[in-house]
Write a protein that binds this ligand. Structure first.
Ligand SMILES: [Zn+2]
Ligand SMILES: [Zn+2]
Ligand SMILES: [Zn+2]
Length: 255
């Protein structure tokens, strides 16, 4: 798994901000929007299509995406989707999008031009997409088994995290229901939302995320979806030994 982006919805640096983290020369303080890609037996699986998707795939020299799996339908997780247009040529068919019902509904509304009659369009004019429904039931995809993890993302919004073997990817959450905590036992690596030091209505603060990691005791924890309020080196220096801030390009073995 490569963490393609580890930044919050506006990215870091934030437009118009001159703070020390936004002006930092350390590339680990430069965070594009949250996404990850998994090299699986059956191909490359992209988790979310962030607005930075094109530059993320170019940066990591990844030329092919076989399928996309969505955590949820917020703008910072879907609005790179149009750049999948090249994949329909490489795959010789539509790109499969694995998601829950409300994610499909949002993508159909936001990308209505991709789902209307294409009679007067050339083949690459719009993304060719095919939806595959997922629920909280485990499923197989590209030769790997996925366990969806229900997460709360604010009081009225649910998202999915995913467990693949002993690695779990859980972004955009501020609470984990008890049943989901059970599914996150015995991890080698947990990737977990940690927005900033202060609390937030829809994301874990760093202290809240550290507390979750203490409860679950994965061998390693990496925090993601971070704002410019978390400086990479100085924050890492204060974290327990098994926990670190993630950064764009971080590679995590799938075990
Ligand atoms: Zn987000
Ligand atoms: Zn800033
Ligand atoms: Zn979100």
């Amino acid at each position: 798994m490569i963490l393609l982006g580890t930044g919050t919805s506006v990215g870091v640096p934030a437009i118009g901000c001159g703070c020390a983290v936004c002006r930092s020369a350390n590339p680990k303080n430069n965070r594009t929007r949250c996404s990850a890609i998994l090299g699986l037996p059956g191909g490359n699986l992209l988790i979310d299509t962030a607005p930075d998707m094109r530059t993320q795939l170019l940066r990591e020299d990844i030329g092919l995406v076989h399928a996309v799996l969505y955590t949820h339908e917020h703008a910072d997780h879907i609005f790179g989707l149009d750049d999948l247009r090249l994949m329909q040529f490489y795959l010789d068919g539509p790109v499969p999008l694995y998601c829950e019902e409300q994610v499909e509904a949002r993508i159909r509304r936001s990308y209505d031009y991709a789902f209307t009659s294409a009679a007067n369009l050339h083949a690459g004019a719009v993304p060719q997409l095919v939806f595959q429904r997922i629920t909280t039931e485990p499923f197989e995809l590209l030769g790997a088994r996925f366990t969806p993890i229900r997460l709360r993302h604010g009081p009225r919004f649910d998202v999915l995290g995913f467990r693949i073997g002993n690695v779990a990817y859980c972004t955009d959450a501020n609470a984990i229901p008890p049943d989901s905590l059970e599914l996150l036992q015995g991890l080698d690596c947990l990737v977990l939302d940690a927005l900033r030091p202060r609390g937030h209505a829809t994301h874990f603060s760093l202290a809240e995320a550290v507390e979750i990691a203490r409860q679950l005791e994965p061998r390693r924890t990496y925090f993601t979806h971070m704002s410019h309020e978390l400086e990479h080196e100085s924050t890492n220096a204060q974290l327990p030994a098994s926990m670190k801030l993630a950064y764009d390009g971080l590679r995590i073995p799938l075990v």
